[in-house]
Each structure stands twice: as C-alpha cells, then as structure tokens.
Design a protein around this ligand. Structure first.
Ligand code: SF4
Length: 375
C-alpha cells in the first residue's frame, strides 16, 4: 500500500480520467487548501488539487508576471499545456495574489464548464469571519447544485464531512507513526501519501492509509533510528527530488507545516446541526496560511508544537522564490524555533531545484546539528 501513494502521485491525471469514465462524475480542479471539499464530495464531485510538475516550461510568460512564485507559474503551465483538460470545473478560495493570478489566467484562456471564486476571508481572527464564510458557503453550495443539477441535502453534507474527517484522521494517525524514534516511514513516503490525498477519491485513499497503518507500518524497520530528525516548513512543497536529496544526506523528515502537507488535513469539522456553519468554523480555525495569520501570530505556536512533539533536531524552511506571504513569516519562525533550540536552514525553491548546490548546504547543516549533539 505504501507504494500505492507514489503510484497515485505519479499517475494523477490517469487516475482522474479513469474515475470519470468509471463513475460518470464531474471533476473539480482546485487551487489552495481553503477550498471546502466537503461540499464537493456532498455533490459527488471529485476534487483534484492542481499542482505543478517541476519541469522547466516556457508557456506562462505572456500570462503571469515573472516575479510571481514559481509554484503558481508551474500550476498555470499545467493548464496551458493541456494536462488538466479533463476538468469539468475549476475553483479557488482566496489565499494569495500569486495563485489567484494563475486561477484568473486559467479561467480566461482555458475555461472549463464551471468556475468559481470563493471569497475566503483574510482576517480569520475577526469575529465576523465565521458568519461571513458560512454565508459564502451557502452561495457556493447553491452554485454547485445548479452545476450538477441536484440538490445537496443535509445527508449529502454529512457524507462529505464524514469522508473528509475520516481522511484527516487517517493522515493524522499516519503522521503520528513518525513520532517514533525509529520512524517506520520516510519523509518521501509521507509526502507521496499527503500529496496524493489531494486528488484521489477520499474513501479509497483513507482505506489505503488504514491498510498501511494496520499491516505495513507495524514493526517496519527502515533503519531510520540513527538519522537526524528534521521538519520542513514554509511555502508549498511537493518537490520529491528535493526531499529525496535531503533524506539521502543522512536525515529523515518526520513532520512538516506546509500546504501540501499537514496544513491540508490538520483539523476536523466538528459536526453540528448547521452543517455549513460547522464547515466554516473548520476552515477559519485550521492552522493558518501566513496570508491569514494576523494580527495574532498563531502559526508560531503551532510550528513549535510540531517541532517538539515530533522531536526534531532541526528545521528546513523553504520558500518558493518570490512567495511574499512566507517571506514575511520566515524571520519570526526562525526566531521562534531558535528559542526552543531548533536550528533552521533556509532554502529558496524554484520550479526545479539546484540539487547539487542544496546538497552541500544540507550536508553542512546536518554536520552542524551533529556537532551540537556532541557538545
Ligand atoms: S502562498 Fe506563496 S507559494 Fe503559495 S501560491 Fe502564494 S506565493 Fe506561491
């Protein structure tokens, strides 16, 4: 089952096309993890997170400003290259301007039959954010109902909530196994599991995680007990070549805080009579993206908790080049982790990663951590 996550990661488009053929259902591409997938699942739509391919490309230059982050340009390139031509719909929940530009350009040049912009509030700490989002979810639900031609009932919403909650709990349990001094899985395997969770049918993915937990991970010994324990945090990161390189230098990545990792599945919807209110509360209260983490800095405490509970020796802070939200977040994160004795290494990611250069820096960081351990 563990290998299945890698297979799903690599065959995302084939999977979605087969799913469509098999079920006759609609597929919704989405940017940003603030999109309320519960409502899409309630309508029997398959949500598919749009991610890049980490290959050099020359198609976005006329459409998106060159100083926008490489991640949003890589995402748009996938659309311009026709790799997501099977999408029936495409949506975004407001997060940052960069990814919104990718959405806007995609909508203009390759509009699928349904597109939606969800005004997810930025000031999530305002008392008005929950009622505001609840009302936006109501409007969104109505638009989806019109699109699929079917009413979404409370029972449908309950099903959507249950599917998402079960998936989130399974992923939390999977990440918990990595608290062990001898993690039964590598960071690369965890990245395949966490990323593929964002486009595979939720019930199927949850069943695979549960099977891995019950059968493969119990007593699994990969000899990771003597590796240096690291966490990754920062901008979006599904760069498997980068993670592979970091772990190849003698470390194991045991946890993360970024939007293709734990931030996607961290907290649950707490069921209540008003289903949309319950969903709104979940998205307002989830671990925040730096675009929404103000005026209070809640992310600092959350990241410290991850570092301590997963017992990391150091943290690699990655920033997608030109990612303003994380650029603002990073100095405080470095200071905050430093205060609890977790040294950090800062690296700036582009569409492709200069693996050789980064390897030297990662090796030096690991050497420094080993020296700290000695004295
Ligand atoms: S938050 Fe950063 S990495 Fe994510 S889309 Fe925005 S600019 Fe890019």
């Amino acid at each position: 089952m563990i290998e299945m996550f890698e297979e799903w990661y690599k065959s995302r488009h084939e999977y979605a096309k087969e799913w469509k053929d098999k079920t006759g259902g609609k597929v919704m591409g989405f940017f940003c993890t603030y999109v309320p997938e519960e409502i899409l699942l309630a309508a029997n739509v398959l949500p598919v997170r749009i991610l890049g391919s980490h290959e050099p490309q020359n198609v976005t230059e006329p459409h998106i400003f060159g100083m926008y982050c490489p991640f949003c340009r890589d995402c748009l390139a996938q659309g311009l290259l026709g790799r997501y031509d099977y999408l029936d719909g495409m949506m975004i929940a407001q997060s940052c301007l960069h990814i919104r530009q990718a959405f806007t350009s995609w909508k203009k040049h390759m509009p699928p039959e349904f597109t939606y912009y969800l005004p997810m509030p930025h000031q999530v700490q305002s008392p008005r954010s929950i009622p505001f989002l609840r009302s936006e979810l109501e409007t969104f639900k109505g638009a989806v109902e019109q699109w699929v031609g079917k009413e979404i009932t409370d029972a449908d919403l309950d099903r959507g909530i249950e599917l998402m909650n079960a998936s989130r709990q399974a992923m939390r349990d999977l990440y918990d196994t990595r608290k062990s001094a001898n993690s039964p899985m590598t960071g690369l395997e965890a990245m395949y599991a966490a990323a593929s969770n964002q486009w595979i049918d939720k019930a199927e993915h949850t069943a695979a995680v549960r099977e891995a937990l019950a059968k493969e991970l119990v007593g699994r010994d990969l000899g990771l007990g003597d590796k240096t324990r690291l966490m990754i945090l920062g901008s979006e990161d599904d760069d498997t070549a980068f993670v592979n390189m970091v772990e190849g230098c003698g470390s194991v990545i045991v946890t993360d805080d970024h939007c293709t990792g734990s931030r996607y599945f961290w907290n649950q919807v707490e069921p209540e009579e008003d289903r949309l209110l319950a969903i709104a509360k979940r998205y307002i209260n989830r671990p925040a993206c730096p675009t929404k983490d103000w005026p209070q800095r809640t992310r600092l405490e959350h990241v410290r908790m991850l570092a301590q509970e997963w017992n990391v020796a150091g943290a690699i802070i990655i920033q997608q080049k030109f990612c303003d939200p994380h650029e603002l977040d990073i100095p405080e994160q470095r200071k905050s982790l430093g205060e609890i004795g977790v040294p950090t290494l800062f690296l700036e990611l582009d569409v492709t990663v200069p693996v050789g250069q980064f390897k030297i820096r990662v090796e030096a960081f690991l050497e420094m951590l080993a020296e700290e351990d000695l004295f």
